[in-house]
Design a protein around this ligand. Structure first.
Ligand code: ADE
Length: 424
């Protein structure tokens, strides 16, 4: 029997594979760093006989990562890291054209989401790859017996790293994890330019609104908030930032944005975007204060930033009016609009970050998987940074792929920088 027929999977529609293949190849054109790694992996096979369970957004960019890991000799099983982010054609292509097991269907309910995580875990991984730490949390809560075979893991996103650090502080982390998110070549680019562009893209695709002249309220001024603010401003929006951390708030002020508490901003905002990683950021009191027609979207990892149960409790009538837009008519008669069910709007209504930034994020993932195989046994049950040499290498390769050369220090300049003697 052919491999295509026997690959284990739960996907929407295998006949989407050819369309997925074309889109995966399109993304690959913008992923030259990953391609270089893939070519080396194909020769050296650093992941030979290594089983990887990966819980990632199943997109064309993730498909290119999966093909790189497979080229390196890994046996992979993939599941989604969000119920709404799966690109069903990419999933179909991985299964049908490449024989990689995928368990992910766009729009899956919570029960199926966890069933799929468990299917990926049935693969008995040596390495876990996670985006948000749901896979690792499932191992720690329900499938602890798997940990004895696991060399280590990687984590893609800020929210996941925070959860894992909390496990580490409680002394409960069962194996070492590398925080890919914290690499400079990840968060400076993916979180800022990736989230910046793809959030605007998701909201635009969902609503077709004109940004120019709108009052856009951004909750959170971390790397993602900075990116979204910058892009909204670039489109002519009036940006208001709400932040709880004083230095970040100060930075937002000096970057030229208006800064105020969310309750005040609620009265004047047209569009509200949460990118905090926190809980119930937009709450009942804010919704009550909002103007008729206000639009709410989330681009943080979980759908916990907009208090949807509170919104439901205020609502007299709910209606889907476009594919990612729900109209909530409150008992007062006012309408509020929620995009993408409060899930990360860049993946729910658009295609996530462009391939060019995922190139660096996933180059880090691939190199950290290789690092885990080589060095994982020496590591403790801790959350580790991406090795500096990996981060630097990814940056260098990206510049090279972009055809950009830079200066180097002369011997005299290097000596000057290294010495303390030379002063005024
Ligand atoms: N996270 C954000 N954008 C993504 C993408 N395009 N692929 C995978 N993960 C992502």
């Amino acid at each position: 029997m052919s491999k295509k027929k026997t690959t284990e999977c739960d996907i929407k529609d295998p006949s989407l594979a050819p369309a997925g293949d074309l889109r995966i190849q399109w993304a690959a054109r913008e992923m030259p760093v990953l391609k270089l790694i893939s070519n080396r992996f194909a020769k050296e096979k650093p992941l030979k006989d290594i089983r990887i369970s990966a819980c990632l957004h199943i997109t064309t960019e993730t498909a290119n990562l999966a093909l790189t890991l497979k080229a390196g000799g890994a046996e992979l099983a993939l599941c989604a890291s969000n119920p709404l982010s799966t690109q069903d054609d990419a999933a179909a292509c991985l299964v049908m054209e490449h024989g990689i097991p995928v368990f992910a269907i766009k729009g899956e309910d919570n029960e199926t989401y966890y069933k799929h995580i468990n299917s990926a875990l049935d693969h008995r991984p040596h390495i876990t790859m996670d985006d948000g730490a749901d896979l690792v949390a499932t191992i720690h809560k329900d499938r602890g017996e798997l940990a004895k075979n696991i060399i280590g893991g990687t984590e893609e996103t800020t929210t996941g790293v925070i959860r894992l650090r909390s496990l580490e502080s409680a002394n409960k982390l069962k194996y070492p994890i590398v925080a890919v998110n914290d690499a400079q070549t990840k968060h400076f680019f993916d979180n800022r330019y990736g989230t910046g562009q793809s959030t605007i893209d998701g909201i635009t695709r969902a609503t077709n609104i004109l940004w120019a002249g709108k009052r856009v309220v951004i909750c959170g001024y971390g790397w993602c908030g900075r990116g979204v603010s910058m892009r909204a401003k670039g489109l002519g929006a009036h940006v208001i930032v709400c932040e709880v951390e004083p230095i970040r708030a100060l930075e937002a002020v000096m970057d030229g944005y208006q800064v105020m508490p969310l309750l005040e901003a609620s009265k004047i905002g047209d569009i509200f975007i949460t990118v905090t990683g926190g809980l119930n950021i937009i709450d009942r009191e804010h919704m009550l204060a909002m103007k008729d027609g206000a639009i709410m979207a989330n681009s943080g990892h979980f759908n916990a930033e907009i208090n949807i149960p509170a919104l439901e409790s205020l609502t007299a009538e709910k209606k889907r009016i476009r594919s990612s837009v729900e109209q909530y008519t409150l008992s007062s008669g006012k309408s509020l609009f929620l995009l993408g069910e409060g899930r990360l709007i860049n993946l729910a209504a658009a295609e996530g970050h462009p391939a060019s930034v995922m190139d660096m994020s996933f180059a880090n993932q691939a190199l950290c998987a290789e690092y885990m195989v080589k060095r994982g046994k020496e590591l403790k049950r801790r959350v580790y940074p991406v090795p500096e040499e990996v981060d630097k290498e990814v940056g260098k390769l990206k510049l090279k792929a972009m055809g950009i050369t830079i200066d180097t220090l002369t011997a005299e300049q290097r000596k000057y920088l290294e010495s303390w003697e030379l002063g005024t």
